[in-house]
Design a protein. Structure first.
Ligand SMILES: [Mg+2]
Length: 230
């Protein structure tokens, strides 16, 4: 860690999309794949209790209506647990068929190695389900990198914009919030983590988009363009 105050970080919690993996992969590869495959997947796994449960959770009265609801949620990036679970199942088929591999920025693995060597633990907090995270890191462009990560959190812990979620994560990892560094590309998530007592680092992979998005708002976080600057 180059930033003096981050040297105290014993646990580095990271977001995936836009932080360690390019937005393109999730938005232009994973989401369209799940939308394309959804109908076929549901019909092929019609009796799977998990699939039935996900369809029921949409609140729709027919399977067709449930599928339409789910397709709309994909379009609108609604982070509903039923959709996340179904997407995880569909992506498993894609990964196993080698239809795609999860993207990781070049700086990610070298820094994970360095931080692990320094005795820091690494974890993930993503809106993608734990099952989807497991697939993501198992089938990455760098191969199976799951060994670097000691814990995974998803929306079952709560919203990424709610500071209570970060308190719960700290309690589960056994570290004091002041020993945890949260790394994300979303200011609101970092605000919530900071309120819970975490150290925070904002990753800006695309400065043009960030400056546009940031206009008129203040940012209380250290800003970096890649993990190796931390
Ligand atoms: Mg993100």
């Amino acid at each position: 860690m180059k930033t003096p105050e981050f040297k105290a970080a014993r646990f580095v919690l990271m977001d995936i999309e836009g932080t360690i993996s390019e937005l393109f992969f999730v938005r232009q590869v994973l989401f369209p794949y799940s939308a394309e495959r959804l109908r076929t997947y549901v019909s092929q796994h019609y009796n799977n209790p998990t699939v039935r449960d996900c369809l029921r959770q949409t609140g729709a009265t027919t399977d067709e209506a449930a599928i339409q609801t789910l397709l709309n949620w994909i379009k609108q990036d609604v982070k509903h647990p039923a959709l996340k679970t179904l997407q995880g199942l569909i992506w498993r088929e894609g990964y196993e068929a080698d239809a795609f591999r999860a993207h990781l920025y070049d700086d990610v693995l070298p820094m994970w190695r360095e931080w692990r060597t320094e005795g820091r633990e690494l974890g993930i907090y993503s809106s993608g389900s734990k099952a989807a995270q497991d697939l993501f890191f198992r089938y990455s462009v760098e191969g199976d990198v799951r060994e670097y990560l000691s814990s995974h959190f998803d929306l079952s812990t709560g919203s990424k914009r709610d500071s209570e979620s970060y308190r719960e994560i700290a309690a589960e990892t056994g570290y004091d919030p002041s020993e945890i560094l949260f790394v994300s590309d979303v200011v609101e998530e970092l605000d919530a983590a900071q309120s819970a007592g975490y150290m925070t680092a904002l990753i800006v992979r695309n400065p043009a988009i960030f400056e546009n998005d940031r206009a008129g708002r203040s940012c209380k976080h250290h800003v970096f363009s890649s993990l190796d600057e931390l």
